[in-house]
Design a protein around this ligand. Structure first.
Ligand code: ZN
Length: 81
């Protein structure tokens, strides 16, 4: 499975996501395959929370290991359409 880091992931539009055993997989909009999100500290366990800010749905993620965090844009949020 291909991996993405936090910087790359924060530029993606996420169509789908899931957590398996604390490991976050995200499927970018238009992609067939999920990506494994790995932190710069090499861990891939994330605390995940969905938020809506200013009409935009985001997936707020924070690394269990080092506390780095990012907001990933979610496709199909309330602002869509
Ligand atoms: Zn980390």
């Amino acid at each position: 499975m291909r991996e993405v880091d936090l910087a790359e992931a924060s530029r993606l539009l996420v169509a789908a996501w899931r957590i398996e055993d604390g490991v976050l997989h995200v499927t970018p909009s238009g992609a067939d395959e999920p990506l494994l999100l790995r932190c710069a500290c090499r861990r891939c366990h994330w605390i995940v929370e969905t938020r809506t800010t200013g009409g935009t749905a985001v997936l707020h993620i924070r690394c269990h290991g080092c506390g780095r965090s990012a907001d990933l844009r979610l496709a199909g949020g309330p602002a869509a359409g």
